[in-house]
Structures are given as C-alpha cells and as structure tokens.
Unconditional design. Structure first.
Length: 474
C-alpha cells in the first residue's frame, strides 16, 4: 500500500480532515514535517481542503536556525501558500523550570493557536509519527504516568491533528528518498542530553536487542490504554459533571465528594489537567497532591509549578481542590520575606494597590457612613481612621504582631493558626497599619476567610473618616 493511501485511510478512520477545512501545518523543515507537507498537499486532490504553513525559529543554532526558516519560506513561496514564521530566543526567554523541549512545545502551540484564531484557520497539523508515539509512552512509563499517559499521542485532540501517526520513521525516510524530497537536518536530534533523543538513540535500541517485539508491544499497550481511557470517560462522564465547576480561569473539584476515593480523585485531577489546561499529569504530581491533602488545614497549597497551581480552598462551607494557571509563582515565596506598601489617602480618588508578593490588587477608597450602612458585606473591609491620618501602610506579618479585638489583644500568629493556613499562605495575608498599630487583619482579600478589624477602628455613626477595602478581580 502506498504512503498516500495509508495516510488517507488513517485520516478517514479518525475523521481528521473534512471538506473545505483550512489546516495550519507546523513545519520544522525536518524529515517528518516535510513528509507531512508533501503527503497532505497531494491528498488535497482526494479531500478538498486548504493549507497554510507555520514555522518557529528557535534561535538555538544561530545561522542554521535562520536557514531552516528560509527553507520553509521558499517552500511556501514555491507552492504559493501563506507562511507564518515566528521567532523566539529560547536561550534568553525559556523558563528556568521547564526543559527546552517543554518550553518549545508550549511556545509553539501558543503561537499556532493565536494564528488560527486570527486567520479563520480551523485545524492545526503536527508531524508526530508512529515512533514518536512509542517514545512518548516509554518516557511516560519511566517518569510516571496513569492510563491517560499510556494512551500516548492522540490522532485528534480538539483542533489538532496528527495524520502521520500511522507511519514509522523508516517509512517516512523511504518516502522522502523515493520522491527526491529535500529536508533540513537538525544536529540537536543527535544530542542525547534531551530525554526524547536518549530514549530514541540509546534506550530503545538496547531494549529491541533483547525484546525484538518491544515496539509492537508498547504500541498494543498504548492502544489498549486508549480504549480503556475512552471507556472510563464514557462511564464517568455524567458523574464528573456533578463534581467539577468550571469558572473563567480555574476549575473547582468538590473535595467532599471524592476525598474517600483516592483513585477517583486522581482520575478527576488528571482529566481536569488534560482537558482544561492541556497538561500531562505524572504519578509524582498526583502523589504530591494526595500527600498534601492529608492535613486538617482548610486552605493550603497542594502543588505549584511554573504554569499550574493547585490548592485546597474552603468556599461556602465546602472544601474544594482549585486548579488554575500560575499567574503568580507561589513556589518562589520565602517564608521570611517581608513586604510593606505605604499608601497616601486621597478622599477624592479610588486607590488601586498592586501587592505583587501576594499576587493581588487591592482597592482602597474613602466613603461616608451611609455608604457603610448600604454596602456592608463580607467581601468588604470597613475601617474607621483618625481624621489626621493621611497615610496608611499595607504589609504582611512581623514577629510579635498583635491586634486589639473585643476580648483583648490577639496575636496575629494565633489568628493565622485558627485559619489553618500553611506557612507560605501566612506570609501573604495583608495587614492594615495605622499610626503603627494593626487596624485590620485581612485574609479575606486572598482566601475564603473572615477579616478582623481592630476594636479601635470599628465603624460607627460617629466615624468621621471611613475607608473601604476590597480585592480587585484581575
């Protein structure tokens, strides 16, 4: 069977391409991507669809990287196709916590999606092949994974298609040679410091010497895992709808409903991470989350990386696991970090204070007693301040801090313990300081906790100067 026919059957089987689709091909200029280009360009005669090209210049190899970009541009020009070339200097900009492979993948997919949205392109094609899938499954086995990880690379995920998953590397190489198709070699593919190269160039060749059927066995494992994952998803689908709540920028998992079923909890976290955040979940991540959950604290961090944050929160008298993008990296917090912000009070102006250490913005403004009566609520902090006060301070705790409450002086340390906050969270809680005294303890600006106002700063009908403080949604 010809390569064209093999790929066409695979496309039809998995419903990858439909009539009049517009597909953005992600081309590196290497063997796989060049094969994908020529195969799909030919298959346009079988299934009418449109093609555009994308290339990301990683700037890793200097002039050679630029030559790769020029090679792709010339290809696009020769076929009169629209080409979207982007550059990203990974040596300067890649995140410290991510490997180059992971950073490149995240940047590439982000650019691909942005281009499709701006140009009415409905699908993205990547040149992953059969061998890539085997390598991925093997890597996940040794780095830790669950059934979804064993399922490997999907032929179709949302609007991303992988039409070459049915072809091996050797089949692709033969196709290129037989058709006199040129490509660009990337010498980093031979650098075994990269995990995938190590698995491809060292690990798998040794395994195949001892187990000649290893590749087909891994492929069968991947196929079985994929079928099992689909079955579990179909059986658990309705139940999951009742256990998770999808918000604008985060997902909540009802902890009370799953806390006694660890396998179900792991499955739901994996599903949420994959479906909503496009993240592969390792066994070590899940185990860390479960281990950290084994405490009576109501609010605590469960896991945090450069891009994902998982925490346990208490909301409306129920406990939840909250998963969100990590806009603020909690893992960088130092337990002894002190921060302080002086704020000049302006009676006519609403002040918005950005507290970068806590990752929040706070609104502070002057109001009258009638506003206090009409708008008193749990999410607003009302504080009476002396008429002569024109500057206040917002800071985190210090050793020995105390606040005067109805029953006498109370240590801030004890209030934090009562809120069951972990050590990192304790150092995020803002305090309002007026004339060197703590006027308000404000954990509610960050967490689902009640705030406390000093006895000396409670608002009443005789208050001449009143401030209202609340968090600002980003």
């Amino acid at each position: 069977m010809s390569v064209y026919k093999t790929v066409l059957q695979f496309i039809k089987k998995h419903k990858l391409i439909g009539y009049d689709d517009h597909i953005l091909l992600s081309l590196s200029a290497g063997k796989d991507s060049m094969a994908m280009f020529y195969i799909l360009n030919e298959l346009k005669n079988e299934i009418p669809f449109n093609i555009s090209i994308f290339h990301l210049n990683h700037k890793i190899r200097g002039e050679e990287s630029d030559n790769d970009e020029n090679f792709v541009k010339e290809l696009a020009d020769s076929f009169k196709l629209r080409c979207y070339c982007r550059s990203f200097d990974f040596l300067k900009n890649a995140g410290r916590r991510s490997s180059f492979e992971e950073s490149a993948r995240e940047v590439r997919y982000s650019m691909l999606k942005e281009i499709t949205l701006r140009n009415s392109i409905n699908k993205i094609a990547t040149a992953h092949n059969f061998d890539d899938n085997i390598e991925t499954v093997v890597m996940r086995i040794f780095t830790g994974t669950g059934i979804n990880g064993l399922a490997g690379i999907k032929a179709l995920r949302e609007n991303i298609i992988r039409p070459l998953l049915c072809l091996t590397s050797s089949e692709i190489y033969k196709f290129l040679i037989d058709n006199n198709i040129k490509w660009r070699e990337d010498p980093t593919n031979r650098d075994d410091k990269y995990l995938r190269n190590y698995v491809r160039n060292i690990m798998l060749p040794h395994i195949k010497k001892r187990f000649p059927q290893a590749v087909r066995s891994v492929e069968k494992l991947s196929r079985n895992a994929s079928e099992a994952a689909e079955l579990i998803e179909s059986l658990a689908g309705d139940k999951l709808k009742n256990l998770i709540a999808v918000k604008n920028d985060h997902v909540l998992i009802d902890l009370a409903s799953v806390c006694n079923n660890i396998p179900l909890m792991k499955y739901i976290i994996s599903e949420v991470m994959g479906k909503f955040f496009k993240k592969f979940v390792s066994a070590s991540l899940l185990n860390e989350v479960i281990k950290n959950l084994n405490t009576d604290r109501s609010n605590l961090f469960l896991y945090s990386s450069s891009d994902i944050h998982i925490e346990k929160i208490y909301l409306n008298r129920r406990s939840y696991i909250k998963i969100c993008r990590n806009h603020f990296n909690y893992t960088d917090l130092k337990s002894k970090t002190e921060w302080e912000y002086p704020v000049k009070i302006d009676k006519e102006k609403n002040i918005e204070l950005s507290v970068k250490e806590a990752g929040i913005s706070i609104s502070i403004r002057s109001v009258d007693f009638q506003y206090f009566k009409d708008n008193f609520s749990r999410d607003k902090i009302f504080v009476s301040i002396p008429e002569h006060t024109d500057t206040i301070i917002v800071r985190n705790r210090r050793r020995g801090d105390k606040i005067r409450l109805e029953r006498g002086l109370k240590k801030i340390k004890d209030l934090l313990i009562e809120k069951k906050l972990d050590i990192s969270r304790k150092n995020l809680v803002p305090l309002l300081i007026i004339d060197s005294n703590i006027a308000a303890f404000m954990p509610g600006l960050l967490f689902d906790c009640s705030n406390r106002v000093s006895l000396f700063h409670l608002v009443n009908s005789k208050s001449k100067k009143i401030l209202v403080i609340n968090s600002v949604e980003k």
